[in-house]
Ligand binder design. Structure first.
Ligand SMILES: Nc1nc2c(ncn2[C@@H]2O[C@H](COP(=O)(O)OP(=O)(O)OP(=O)(O)O)[C@@H](O)[C@H]2O)c(=O)[nH]1
Ligand SMILES: [Mg+2]
Length: 373
């Protein structure tokens, strides 16, 4: 029996069962090569979100097998959801293998930021996790920025030797989009939904000795965007430049990150001296920021001011167990809520009481952008 694989998602093709993954009609299977399965055809042509039966463990096993056979790994991180891009497995691979880290989606950074400005920030954040890659590339698959540099960087390390390079990362960071650019075609299926690539896909980069391997996205923990419906989760993922607003907060006021989480100030030395803390909030444009008096919060959560979550879905979201974190953030630090956004403290320190659903990853990190006047 001949084995053929879908060139869009890597799944083994079959013609026996229309309702199972990898289906193609029998005559196509027999007579054609470079086939697309029915699922990839629907994603590519109709933008459908088709669920699959693969589990977190299936994906991990597939990625593990590819990594073991690689000369170098190319982990991709999303610059806008940097903390949401890590999983323990990815950090372990990075400690064990040679790597070039690809920082993707830099088109979503505010206009005033140049990638070189955040390069030290990225290096320091990785060093905190004991990671020292061979190189780092700042790229945008959307704008085709920096992608040719990847090939140059691989050649710098391996010269003209044969190389197997595995691209890996959490779902939706743009692995397949980057590989398509390296190949100069749109062979691999990409989509705005998570879980598009199902199995590994090997391709040779033209005019090189490099075999580039795409892998299915690993599933991360702790992102707010994964606690709501897929369609609404996408609204929390910035599609254009991220939105930024600056606030001063009184002691009895609450800052609301839409309905998703909120915090109040727990007293501040600067407040006592009369000057209020200042911070900027960053998130996707669909997320509404709001400052309210504490007694108004309940009514705002129940009313129609915030628009992303409605009806049953909002009720369901509030059924999550919420926990309270007390966090102190220094000037030039920021508080990140994975899968939602962050606040950057310009005048502090700022001590807050944050309410978020349990298991959502909350961290304090050095600011990604230098403060500007
Ligand atoms: N703004 C922006 N969007 C990007 C960029 N690269 C990829 N995307 C978008 O991110 C989404 C996911 O892209 P894919 O290439 O399918 O991501 P993936 O990592 O292969 O995803 P899985 O196969 O599901 O793990 C798509 O909507 C892409 O258009 C980028 O540089 N900038
Ligand atoms: Mg993919």
């Amino acid at each position: 029996m001949i084995i053929k694989k879908c060139s869009g998602c890597g799944i083994e093709l079959q013609f026996e069962d229309k309702n199972k993954e990898g289906y193609v009609p029998e005559e196509k299977f027999i007579t054609e090569d470079n086939l697309l399965c029915q699922r990839c055809f629907k994603i590519k042509n109709y933008g459908e979100n088709l669920v699959n039966n693969f589990s977190r463990e299936d994906y991990l096993k597939e990625v593990n097998e590819c990594v073991k056979k690689s000369d170098i790994i190319l982990p991709i991180f999303d610059i806008i959801d940097f903390e949401g891009s890590f999983t323990e497995e990815i950090l372990d691979y990075l400690r064990d293998y040679r790597s070039i880290i690809l920082i993707n989606k830099i088109d979503l950074l505010p206009d005033f930021i140049h990638p070189t400005e955040i390069s030290n920030w990225v290096k320091d954040r990785l060093a905190e996790e004991d990671i020292v890659p061979d190189d780092i590339a700042f790229i945008s698959a959307k704008n085709k920025y920096g992608v040719n540099g990847i090939i140059r960087k691989i050649k710098n390390i391996f010269h003209n030797k044969k190389v197997k390079a595995t691209v890996l990362g959490v779902s939706n960071v743009g692995k397949s989009s980057v590989i398509n650019l390296l190949l100069g075609n749109n062979k691999i299926t990409t989509s705005k939904y998570s879980g598009t690539t199902l199995k590994s896909i090997n391709n040779k980069i033209p005019n090189s000795e490099i075999t580039i391997i795409d892998t299915p996205g690993l599933i991360p923990d702790g992102r707010i965007s994964d606690l709501i419906s897929v369609e609404n989760g996408l609204k929390l993922v910035p599609a254009g430049e991220i939105s930024r607003k600056t606030f001063k907060l009184e002691e009895n006021q609450v800052f609301m990150f839409d309905v998703f989480c909120r915090f109040k100030i727990l007293g501040n030395k600067l407040l006592e001296s009369g000057s209020k803390p200042i911070f900027s909030a960053y998130a996707s444009k669909s997320v509404k920021f709001h400052v309210a008096r504490e007694e108004r919060v309940e009514a705002l959560l129940n009313g129609n001011y915030f628009e992303i979550l409605q009806g049953n879905e909002k009720e369901k979201y509030f059924q999550n167990k919420f926990v309270t974190h007390e966090v102190e953030i220094e000037e030039n630090e920021e508080l990140v809520i994975a899968g939602l956004g962050w606040i950057n403290v310009k005048r502090g320190p700022l001590k807050v009481q944050l309410e978020v659903p349990k298991n959502v990853k909350v961290i304090v990190r050095p600011s990604i952008f230098k403060n500007r006047k």
